[in-house]
Ligand binder design. Structure first.
Ligand code: NAP
Length: 359
């Protein structure tokens, strides 16, 4: 049982109607950029419902940023802003740390220290989780807390929650999808407008769908990291992103896209993890799909994932795969799940509880 009134990471405890004990959970948010600002806005918007429906309140205690003077896309009390990333970790009233800075360090150190300090951690950081997920999960387990990262894959689409909590009678044999919105936007523009890769990339950058350095997206690395995270929850095993055979979309020409179109096909950057007997195979590569394939119809910055279970058959999930609000929505799901687990004393998170996948 996790929840306890003596737990140092649970702060103020106030009596609720009916004699039950209700709780206010202290939060530290690391990063107030695209995702951080949206997550805090969603937190503010959801506060009344959370209180009314679950008798829970979040209290934002610290927000860590690089530049406290930068204008923000959300109204927050400026006294919460700090550049000192170590300080919130020493605050015993902080029970949940939300890491939305990105990058391997100092994000990794923040997550490790938070877990060691007995704080639940939520992150959207696919690079960190793909690189170090196994060790971080073990650390969380050792300290009796949860590590959640729904927002690291597929934006708003609840993929990890679904794999953890449903389809439990199934052995998952395949996960296949479009996991990178930037490349999907580029390929959609190339197909619709007949433009080159370079022109479609420039369009994506102008609209904020691609970063100034798009290498991780267009090379397939970002999709490979997400595939590793999904495989963990589909097959029950961590593998390195190096196990993913990977090809990006940089080499696709306007002529190739036009020829696919003439044949009734479209190019998509497809990530696929397959469990075949005792063998797992991972691949991210551009593929020509028939225009009526479910993934072929996923356009622009949208993501889609097909999950195949041996009894359930194929299920397809489609949604906004990136951007502040879709990703912030997934962060908020994890926040509420962490808070409910803490109050209810229920350990959730971790790997799916159904039939074992990989050997
Ligand atoms: N953007 C998306 O659509 C999306 C989707 C899924 C997952 N993610 C993941 O979400 C995470 C955040 O992405 P983002 O797009 O929100 O990034 P972002 O807009 O660049 O925001 C990063 C935030 O972290 C702060 N920060 C960065 N390094 C810091 C440091 N060393 N010390 C203190 N503060 C630091 C920045 O502070 P300043 O503002 O002061 O510079 C900024 O507020 C990443 O792991 C990313 O992979 C993003």
């Amino acid at each position: 049982m996790l929840a306890s009134v003596t737990d140092p990471s649970q702060s103020a405890v106030r009596p609720a109607q009916g004699g039950a004990r209700s709780r206010t959970l202290g939060l530290a948010v690391y990063g107030l950029g695209t995702v951080g600002s949206a997550a805090v806005r969603i937190l503010q918007a959801g506060a009344a419902d959370l209180d009314a429906q679950h008798d829970l309140r979040f209290s934002l205690r610290h927000i860590v940023v690089r530049d406290p003077l930068r204008p923000r896309a959300v109204d927050v009390d400026p006294v919460l802003l700090t550049t000192d990333w170590a300080r919130p970790l020493d605050d015993p009233t902080v029970g949940i740390v939300v890491e939305l800075m990105g990058g391997l360090e100092p994000a990794g150190e923040v997550v490790r220290r938070a877990l060691r300090a007995g704080k639940h951690v939520i992150t959207a950081n696919k690079a960190l989780i793909a690189a170090d997920g196994a060790a971080l999960e073990a650390l969380a387990e050792a300290h009796g807390v949860t590590l959640r990262y729904e927002a690291s894959v597929g934006g708003a689409i609840p993929l990890i929650h679904t794999l953890q909590g449903t389809l439990v009678g199934n052995r998952i044999t395949r996960v296949m999808g479009i996991l990178n919105g930037t490349t999907n936007f580029i390929l959609t523009r190339m197909a619709d407008d007949g433009v080159t890769f370079a022109a479609a990339l420039a369009d994506a950058q102008a609209r904020g769908f691609a970063e100034a350095d798009p290498t991780a997206d267009v090379s397939g690395l970002d999709a490979a990291q997400k595939l590793v995270i999904l495989a963990r929850h589909a097959f029950g095993r961590w593998v390195s992103a190096d196990c993913v055979e990977r090809e990006g979309i940089e080499g696709i020409s306007a002529e190739q896209v036009a020829s696919a179109r003439a044949a009734g096909e479209v190019y998509k950057l497809v990530a696929e993890a397959v469990l075949d007997g005792g063998t797992m195979r991972f691949r991210v590569a551009p593929r020509r799909l028939a225009a009526n394939h479910a993934l072929a119809q996923v356009r622009d910055e949208y993501n889609a994932v097909q999950v195949e279970g041996d009894f359930a058959g194929s299920l397809t999930f489609i949604g906004r795969g990136a951007g502040g609000e879709p990703t912030g929505s997934a962060v908020y799901d994890d926040l509420v799940a962490s808070a409910r687990a803490r109050v209810g004393g229920v350990r959730t998170g971790g790997v799916r509880g159904g039939r074992a996948g990989a050997p």
